[in-house]
Design a protein around this ligand. Sequence first.
Ligand code: ZN
Length: 174
Amino acid sequence: MSKKKIVIEPDPILRKKSLPFEKVDSEVKTLLNDMLETMYEAPGIGLAAVQIGILKRAIVIDISKEDEKKNPIFLINPTIRFKSDKRSIYEEGCLSLPGHFAKIERPAECDLDYIDYDGKKRNLKAKGLMATCIQHEVDHLNGVLFIDYLSKLKKDMIIKKLVKQKKEINKIVL
Ligand code: ZN
């Protein structure tokens, strides 16, 4: 496993649609392992492949708490089959938008079809934080970020700050 660099907004790749995998081979497993390590190191509870610059439909999630046993979930080619009318609100953050958080309302429950780490077709009924996390990550595969749900004013403000943050980081590196 190796840790990868996380792509920070604004970056055009984060707005692109990721492509499905045709098969689950060792290359895909390596990608998933790298994603998991990158997510744990960050630390975060979810990461989509596009966030390390790979436009493929792969997601890793682990919502276990710090004092709990790690419980990683690998989602390949996920498709959300159902979203509940019932909604819930979570304060969301994103590894591609470091330091920014906002309350986002989404369907409270969702059903998902996906392929697992071993290439098996599976489905999952998710609610609570898991449902929010899945929807946030599947959005990434479609080029959508959580700030897209905010007013233009709030969204522009966050992007402006991120541009500034990026400049600061570059200064230090140079
Ligand atoms: Zn995110």
